[in-house]
Design a protein around this ligand. Sequence first.
Ligand SMILES: [Zn+2]
Length: 317
Amino acid sequence: MNRTISRLVVLLGLSLVAAAARAQMGDPTKVTLKTTPVAGSISMIEGANGFAGGNVAASVGDDGVVVIDDELQPLTPKLKAALAALSKKPVRFVINTHWHMDHTGGNPAMAAAGAVIVAQENVRKRLSVDNVMHMAGHEMTIKALPPAALPVVTFADDVTLHVNGDDVHVIHVAPAHTDGDAIVHFKLANVIHAGDTVTASYPIVDIDSGGQFEGFIAAADRILALADDNTKIIPGHGPLMTKADLVVYRQMVTDVRDRIGKLLAAKKTVDEIKAAKPLADLDARWGQGFVKADFLIESVVKTHPPAPEKGRAKAKK
Ligand SMILES: [Zn+2]
């Protein structure tokens, strides 16, 4: 179990930078969860001393608890305890921002306890079958979830939950991290959970899951259009962000796209692009996690030009 977890954590330990943290993230029994109030009745739950999975948003109120993403499976007891500390009411809904197991690991337990799981339709499709992922020279197979742990409500473009006095708008964006990415907008609380379309480091493009580098720019634009100076943005991994932080992230993604695009237009090969080190000045801030510059360059080149895709056109409206 630990080896499986540490392998997937190596694959998905997107934004952890410190060697000390990396040494710990293979052992979920050592990870504790930290809860931070975000706005209104919404809190963010994250790993405090190791990799617990993606950031969780929890909305609590008269209707019960609504959870966005539910960490790695071994963290489930700790996640349940963290939620119980916020509210005695049951978890009514779980929204998965995408299918990766560091965002859906709690699904089996949450569903068993009566929660309704909601996700974009491609998330259910991918969670229903075994998936093979290739990343930075690693290959791994992720087993399908049992049927009872799958999303039972799916949507193509968007869906709104009217719960806890808020309108919770779940929006499918053009393929970026995967082809089932959703962002979640708590309209009244002015909080947006970005899933892994926004993190604290270089983007991970899961090409096996239909990810497209260009989509990260579109997703950032989608979020920026919904945000104002008071909006709290919960990234998939990393600390809470403001709109100004997201502008900086979008600029990095755009710089990466433009610089590599220019070299591609000049007919450079992947190896020539890597040798030119076009991202050298960005690495210190963004390239210390799982995605190093060379892997990012490969991801950009492989998804360039962006494939015309159904979700892409749809997400524009
Ligand atoms: Zn992910």
